[in-house]
Ligand binder design. Structure first.
Ligand code: X5A
Ligand code: ZN
Length: 676
């Protein structure tokens, strides 16, 4: 099942017809450069091209008022003067004789995308549209937006397909206030937005864009705002918010469908956002959402005004939707202090609504809110002084490297299996064709007494080391092996792998403990084990035990640990290879195992080798499917994790955050708000 791409040149056929500095960045080229980049990179051809349609009046009226629709309907017949005047009643938007037509196509494109995904014609997709949608409100155009494309598509999806829960992820750098207003009291739609805010100084300057707007009435807890109070946010800041806010809440919510307000003004170089996240981050943001709702994801373009970072970011998103491994994450040097403050505020504002956040640090509420007011005041004065300077200050040109070309792996998944186990569909059986070279054999013999006697075990080990080499050379993307003794195989592979320079191996072990003495503390390996064995204090930065009361048996606790411990650790460590080890009787249910396997493929360019104990035969099929990029089945709505697990994880996070910055969820105490 493929990826839909929806685009129609017609949506480039309107533009600003007068002078308006606030609107001049919203140009037709935004769409043409994005589409051309997809063509040039061979991505458009790999997508299923789905035609647009016009949204009907009935579709639009699900979100907008009749008066507003009727007013917009008249714009194609207006003179230039009338259009200008009509425009004046709204904020930061312009009309054109053809914009009503385009707005119907933009909303209709989102509806076509929902239909393609929900009818199973494709697994996911992206719609490249103009005008964008997330600022438009029930009776008002706003912020370049005429109809609220994603809100209309969300209502439609719920109604036509009877969806119980829809998640809207708004990674555009502006607050989609139109979407917030549309679903504020609706617990069936979870709206998440991060946005440039600067203590309410940044457009649209709304009080209700702050972290404490959590939703109303029954919808309380289902509106999640992360305000950025500084510009220059980077990859680490974005990922931290995904790991510590969005993903835990999203998994607990368990959506039937994920809609993305995919604005790329949150990328580096954008004149509106002024942020510093590089285009490759969108590969990861996309990947991290692709195992929710069984992979059903619809991305709809919103903003994005830098004509270089916009097409690069669009390509990263679409290539990830197509299933190509994400590039190694870049620039993960930890979140900045301001991002941590925002993270802390949002987490504490939501701790009463989400069990995954129950342990979040409480907000010294008075402190932060006073700070907000104080800062706003101070900054206003500052502004007065520097007004003239501000005027002249043009946004400094940013430069960043073009994201390297991402290869689509020819051989995705190789398996090393005993002869009596059939090779799963779409996989290739792998065995080392060459005779194991004597050096390798000797090393194996020396190191692994257990295996030394058994020649078939030795052959398997040789195949595995050969497979790792092929993965390193990108001839094979990932692999799966059933072995008689996972510990031996794992140790053998680690020893082999780390002999190569700059190889870093993340070893993730579920169920049962590996002998930790076999791991050196030199940073060439990072071992993260999940088990129910109360182990002594974690020995080092690179040897981490996550102890859960029921081992991996409690799905909620396990998935919390994966999202807010393992992923941050894995991303910050940035391995070149992931070894995922499944011991016998791990207690892990299939869907949680598939989630883990799927999520880990965001690391090491998807180079994951799964080792399973021979007794785990029954899991070969589902594991292979996950390695092939099939979305994991959803876990269902999660109940609260065991309190003792939550506490243990929190203690572990506290202890490790000194060494691993992506584990931080609060700003350092010093220098916060108590200057006077
Ligand atoms: C969709 C979008 C931005 C409007 C900015 C107005 N709108 N200053 O990014
Ligand atoms: Zn925007």
């Amino acid at each position: 099942m493929g990826t839909a791409l929806i685009y129609d040149e017609e949506m480039t056929k309107y533009k600003l017809l007068w002078v308006d500095p606030a609107c001049k960045i919203e140009v037709p080229e935004r769409l043409t450069v994005s589409y051309e980049a997809l063509v040039k990179n061979g991505l458009a051809d790999r997508c299923v091209s789905v035609p647009v349609r016009e949204a009907t009046d009935a579709d639009i009226l699900q979100v907008h008022s009749e008066e507003y629709l009727e007013a917009v309907k008249k714009t194609p017949y207006m003179t230039l003067e009338d259009l200008k005047e009509f425009t004046l009643q709204y904020g930061d938007v312009y009309f054109h004789p053809n914009i009503y037509h385009c707005a119907k196509l933009a909303a209709g494109a989102a509806l076509q995308l929902v239909d393609s995904v929900m009818m199973g014609k494709v697994k996911n997709g992206m719609a490249l549209v103009r005008p964008p949608g997330h600022h438009s409100m029930r009776s008002a155009a706003n912020g370049f937006c005429v109809f609220n494309n994603v809100a209309i598509a969300t209502r439609y999806a719920k109604q036509k397909y009877g969806l119980k829960r829809v998640l809207i992820v708004d990674w555009d750098i502006h607050h989609g206030q139109g979407v917030q207003y549309g679903f504020e009291d609706d617990p069936s739609v979870l709206y998440f937005s991060w946005h440039r805010y600067e203590h309410q100084k940044f457009w649209p300057q709304l009080r209700e864009s702050d972290y404490d707007s959590v939703g109303k009435d029954k919808g309380a807890g289902f509106n999640v705002n992360v305000p950025w109070n500084k510009v220059g946010m980077k990859n680490s800041d974005y990922l931290s918010v995904f790991f510590h806010v969005l993903l835990p809440v999203a998994y607990e919510f368990c959506p039937d469908l994920v809609m993305v307000c995919a604005g790329f003004d949150s990328a580096i170089g954008d004149p509106e956002g002024e942020m510093c996240a590089t285009p490759d981050i969108f590969a990861h943001l996309t990947h991290l959402l692709m195992n929710l709702s069984g992979g059903k994801l619809c991305a709809v373009l919103e903003g994005g005004y830098n004509l270089t970072s916009l097409p690069q970011s669009v390509c990263q998103t679409v290539q990830t939707l197509l299933g190509d491994p994400a590039p190694r994450p870049t620039n993960l040097d930890g979140p900045c202090e301001s991002a941590l403050e925002s993270l802390h505020c949002t987490r504490s504002a939501h701790r009463q609504y989400w069990s995954c956040l129950k342990h979040a640090a409480e907000l010294p509420a008075s402190e932060i809110s006073t700070k907000r007011i104080k800062l706003a005041k101070e900054e206003k004065e500052e502004e007065k002084k520097t007004e003239t300077v501000q005027e002249e200050k043009s946004v400094e040109e940013k430069v960043w490297p073009e994201p390297p070309k991402r290869a689509s792996p020819l051989n995705r998944t190789a398996v090393v299996l005993p002869d009596d186990v059939t090779c799963p569909d779409r996989c290739t059986r792998f065995s080392s064709s060459e005779n194991p070279d004597p050096v390798t054999v000797n090393k194996l013999r020396e190191n692994l007494l257990k295996a030394a006697g058994d020649s078939s075990a030795l052959t398997t080990l040789c195949s595995l080391t050969a497979l790792v080499e092929k993965m390193e050379q990108s001839e094979i993307c990932n692999g799966l092996a059933l072995v008689p003794d996972v510990s031996t195989a794992m140790v053998c592979l680690v020893q082999h792998a780390v002999t190569a320079s700059n190889r870093r191996v993340l070893v993730v072990c579920v169920g049962g403990a590996l002998d930790q003495s076999l791991f050196k503390d030199d940073g060439k390996t990072l071992l993260v084990q999940f088990s129910n064995k109360e182990s002594e204090e974690t020995k080092s930065k690179y040897n981490i035990s996550v102890c859960l009361k029921k081992g991996c048996g409690d799905v909620s606790g396990f998935i919390c640990a994966v999202l807010s411990l393992l992923l941050p650790l894995g991303y910050e460590y940035d391995p070149s290879l992931v070894l995922l080890v499944r011991m016998a009787d791990s207690g892990l249910c299939d869907s949680a195992w598939q989630q883990l396997t799927g999520l880990l493929q965001g690391l090491a360019q998807g180079r994951t080798l799964v080792l399973m104990q021979e007794s785990e035969k029954a899991c070969v099929g589902i594991t292979a499917s996950s390695l092939l990029g099939d979305a994991a089945p959803s876990l269902g709505q999660l109940c609260a994790p065991l309190p003792e697990d939550v506490e243990a994880m929190e203690r572990l996070r506290q202890r490790l955050q000194v060494d691993w910055k992506l584990l931080q969820t609060t700003a350092p105490e010093t220098g916060r708000g108590d200057e006077d």
